[in-house]
Design a protein around this ligand. Structure first.
Ligand code: 7TS
Length: 420
C-alpha cells in the first residue's frame, strides 16, 4: 500500500457509497444524517459481506482445527489478530486478546490486575472525564482492596492539568487508567507525557482507546503503554467484539478472570494450569465471525489512512464548532478545537437536550445523542444532568456539519418560542 497523503482530500462520496445505511431515507422522508458515531459507527459493505462470507462459507468453532472448515476459521481468525497487531504496532500477536468489547477488557484488568495487586495505601489514578466503563471497575477494585482512587485534576476547559502531573502520579501510584479521548468533552489527552511519568514511578498505564483508535494512528510502543482497550463497533466493525492489547510482560502478570474452555493447558480435579498467550484470556467460544470482520474493518480504515481520516474529521469539527459557537446561549463542553477530536457536546440555555435531540431527529433526520453519555461524574462536576452530543466519522460531510449547525439554530428558536 502506498503511503497516504494527508493533504489529499478524501472522496467522501465514494466512501459514503460503501455504507448501505447511509443511503437510507427515514420514515419522514429525509435522508439520514448520522452524527452519533461516538456511540457506534456504521458498517461498510465489506464488513457486512465478511460476516455473511464466514457464516455461509466456513462457519466453525475456533481453535479446534480437525476439519477443513475449522482450519479455515482458524486461519481467518489468526489473520484478523495480525491486522489488529499491525494497527496498534504490537510486538506480537500474542499481545492481542479478543474480548467482547472495551467494557469487558477494562473489567478483565480491574479483576485480574487491580484486585490481585492493590492493597491499602496504594493509589489508582483515573479522571472525572472517564466513561463509566473506565470508572466503575476501578472504583469497585479500590473499594474491595482498600486502595485509594485518585482523580487527575482537570483544567477549567476540560483537559488533564499537566501542571499537577507529578503530584497526581506519585511513587504510591500503582495504576493509571485514562481515556485517550473523552467521549463527552472530546479532549485528546497527552498520553505521551503521562506515559513518561507513569514509567518514572513504575506504575501500570491503561489507556481507554474506545474513542481514539477509530480516529487516528496509534502506536502502543511509542508512547510506551501497558494496556490499551477498544471496541470493534466504533471502528466500523461489528458489535460483540473488542481488543485488549497488553504488553507481554504485563499480560504474564495478569490473572485470568474468566475461566473455562480454551484458556487452560491442563485441568485436574485439584487445580488447573493456564494456556499460553493469548488463549489464556479468551475462555469460551469467542465472537468468531465478528473478530474476523474486525480485521476487514481495519483493512478498510488502513486503505483510507487513519491520518487522512483524522484530518477530514478535524475539518468537520472545526466547521461545526465555529457554527455552533455562534448560537446564542449555546455552550460547547470541553476545550478549543486544537485539543479535541470529532466530538462536540453542548448545552443550550433554556432548552432541554432531549427536546433538542427529538426535534433534530424528527424534523431533519439528524441523529445525535442526548443524556449523560455514561459520564455522570463528569456531568455532575459541570453542574449538568445531561448534554446534547454530535460526533463525526469519516463518511460525514461538510453539508452535514452545516445541517447540524442550522438544525440546532432553528430547533433552539422554535423551542424557545414554545416556552415564551
Ligand atoms: N470508553 C469510552 C471512552 C467510550 O466512549 C465507551 C463507549 C466505552 C468505553 C465503552 O465501550 P463499549 O463498546 O464497551 O460499550 N461510549 C459510548 C458513548 O459515548 N455513547 O455510547 C457508547
Amino acid at each position: 500500500m502506498t503511503a497516504s497523503l494527508v493533504s489529499e482530500p478524501l472522496d467522501i462520496a465514494s466512501i459514503r457509497a460503501d455504507f448501505p445505511i447511509l443511503q437510507k431515507i427515514l420514515p419522514e422522508g429525509q435522508p439520514l444524517v448520522y452524527l452519533d458515531n461516538a456511540a457506534t459507527a456504521q458498517k461498510p459493505r465489506a464488513v457486512i459481506d465478511k460476516l455473511v462470507e464466514v457464516f455461509e462459507g466456513y462457519n466453525a468453532n475456533a481453535n479446534r482445527a480437525a476439519h477443513t472448515l475449522a482450519a479455515m476459521i482458524d486461519l481467518e481468525l489468526d489473520a484478523a489478530r495480525s491486522k489488529v497487531a499491525a494497527l496498534l504496532n504490537a510486538r506480537s500477536t500474542d499481545e492481542v486478546i479478543f474480548t467482547p468489547g472495551t467494557t469487558a477488557g477494562l473489567n478483565m484488568l480491574a479483576w485480574g490486575w487491580a484486585r490481585k495487586f492493590l492493597k491499602p495505601g496504594d493509589e489508582l489514578v483515573i479522571s472525572l472525564m472517564e466513561h463509566h466503563a473506565n470508572f466503575v471497575p476501578w472504583q469497585q477494585a479500590a473499594l474491595a482492596t482498600g486502595a485509594t482512587l485518585k482523580f487527575f485534576p482537570l483544567t477549567p476547559d476540560g483537559r488533564l492539568d499537566l501542571d499537577r502531573l507529578s503530584e497526581t502520579i506519585t511513587p504510591q501510584t500503582r495504576l493509571v487508567a485514562l481515556t485517550a479521548m473523552s467521549n463527552v468533552l472530546g479532549t485528546i489527552n497527552p498520553i505521551a507525557a503521562i506515559a513518561a511519568r507513569v514509567r518514572e514511578v513504575g506504575a501500570v498505564f491503561v489507556v481507554d482507546g474506545a474513542q481514539s483508535v477509530p480516529h487516528g494512528p496509534v502506536d502502543v510502543q511509542n508512547p510506551d503503554i501497558d494496556f490499551l482497550v477498544f471496541s470493534a463497533h466504533k471502528i466500523y466493525g461489528p458489535t460483540g467484539v473488542g481488543v485488549l492489547y497488553g504488553k507481554e510482560s504485563r499480560l504474564r502478570e495478569l490473572e485470568p478472570s474468566i475461566f473455562g474452555g480454551n484458556m487452560i493447558r491442563s485441568v485436574r480435579v485439584d487445580g488447573s494450569e493456564w494456556a499460553d498467550l493469548p488463549a489464556r484470556f479468551e475462555a469460551g467460544t469467542p465472537a468468531i465471525a465478528e473478530a474476523i470482520a474486525l480485521g476487514t474493518a481495519i483493512d478498510y480504515v488502513q486503505a483510507i489512512g487513519l491520518d487522512r481520516i483524522a484530518a477530514h474529521e478535524r475539518m468537520l469539527t472545526e466547521r461545526a464548532y465555529a457554527g455552533l459557537s455562534e448560537i446564542d446561549g449555546l455552550r460547547i463542553l470541553g476545550p478549543a478545537v486544537a485539543h479535541r477530536g470529532a466530538i462536540l457536546a453542548f448545552t443550550v440555555e433554556g432548552v432541554h437536550p432531549r427536546d433538542l435531540g427529538e426535534l433534530l431527529d424528527q424534523q431533519r433526520g439528524i441523529a445525535i445523542r442526548v443524556g449523560h453519555h455514561c459520564a455522570m461524574p463528569l456531568h455532575e462536576s459541570l453542574g449538568l444532568a445531561s448534554s446534547a452530543r454530535a460526533s463525526f466519522a469519516v463518511y460525514n460531510t461538510r453539508d452535514e456539519a452545516d445541517a447540524l449547525v442550522n438544525g440546532v439554530a432553528r430547533a433552539v428558536k422554535s423551542l424557545r418560542r414554545k416556552r415564551s
